[in-house]
Write a protein that binds this ligand. Sequence first.
Ligand code: KIV
Ligand code: ZN
Length: 512
Amino acid sequence: MASNKIYIFDTTLRDGEQSPGCSMNLKEKLDVASHLESLKVDCIEAGFAISSKGDFEAIKAIASHVDYPSVCSLCRAVKQDIELAAQSVETAKKPRIHTFIATSPIHMEHKLKMSPEKVLERAVDAVTYAKTFVEDVEFSCEDAGRSNPEFLAQVYSAVIKAGATVINVPDTVGYMMPTQFGELIHYLGDHVVSIENTVISVHCHDDLGVATANSLAGILNGARQVECTINGIGERAGNTALEEVVMALAVRSDYYDAFTDVETTEISKTSRLVSHITGSVIQPNKAIVGANAFAHEAGIHQDGVLKQKSTYEIMTPETVGLSENKLVLGKHSGRHAFMDRLNELGYQLSDAELQQAFERFKSIADKKKDVLEDDLHALISDEIYQHNDLYKLDYFEVNTTNESKPSATVRLAFDNKVLTGSSEGAGSVDAIYKTIDQMIGETIDLKEYTLQSITGGTDALGEVVVRIYDQGRVFVGRSSSTDVLNSSAKAYINAINKMLNSRGDEQVKPAL
Ligand code: KIV
Ligand code: ZN
């Protein structure tokens, strides 16, 4: 039996959400938080309170929404940030404030324009002030990976004296190599004063593809908390993937002498939910949660697995919540069966939402023989999460042949009015998008359009994900339908609605 408990600190809703195009609305954040609670993560970092009113409100809502995990709010080592962070977690059963300041020479000189002495003073002041609001205070030396280890030891010792309960060591730019990062954690364990009563945490970015390896090296050297995100989403190349660290510890607890309390059978559905909501598609060969993670293609492997699963499987798909029988519902399924299946997948809907989702399910089931688990995820993210719609698709028609230029007519509902427009395009999707651009009076900067089938067969739902840019920000729209032109139109409108809604929520974008 492994003896060291590793605390799982999930930052999908903060570092993950911060990455381009991954922003989520309140309902989406609450659902992700519920899934994280079912996963039994120890701490949810719910947002960066000062960054926007939306973030502040979301942290507050999450703080009241979950019971089991601590709820953490991020803030710079700045008085006003700390006050807002404290307010945002006021109602949490287990509130945590996470404050940080950069300590690398490059950040101190060029970004903060502060001397090391000043940075040390600000770090101590921040922790001392945060302690006046909550007991549980985490402190990070941003860019610790490129900081002087002696200076790190000095700062961490001082903040522990000021009351920090967790000291986090971020490799902010994903620069460290596993052995080196492990040695840094070891060094801090030996040189930080009173470290024995404090949790050492690691927070690794994946710029060189070693975030998980670095986090595990941290554990081998005394770290007791890992900061991670579902599917590894996050700034640039992303953060350490929760599912990778958790399963590495589950499968190799013998090697690490460590365990987590994560309910691993919840991994798969949480991963899919986050992927659907953020529109960030999981690469098929992604460890643990990729579509091929448990597929055996080579004949010799298939033969081995049929004889004895353990020949080529180090964990079973069931351990991460993948069921072999993915067939779920058909057109004769009733409301009750539909609701039960949604509950099993982790969705809790109000009566009105259930009714809305059920109607959509019936219309899909009329067109498609079997409605599978993935179809239900797509249906829910389409029907329930996409609210605050300024524009709604009312009707569209496309005329096209293999010889003529396609033309589209689109009707949009907007502000109790119905608008109609038409235009030609290079293809059917182009004709629809040009018409929509004309109708809303903007030329949308469409950077990416992807179409993939959710399940097999010609009647499968086709899921369209689009990325549009506006004033340096990215907005992801997604939609699925048995008709790809319908999902194309709706995904585009979804991204436009997110863009327009966000213009009302001015981002304060503080320099990290
Ligand atoms: O990567 C980083 O340094 C961070 C800190 C704010 C912890 O996300
Ligand atoms: Zn980070």
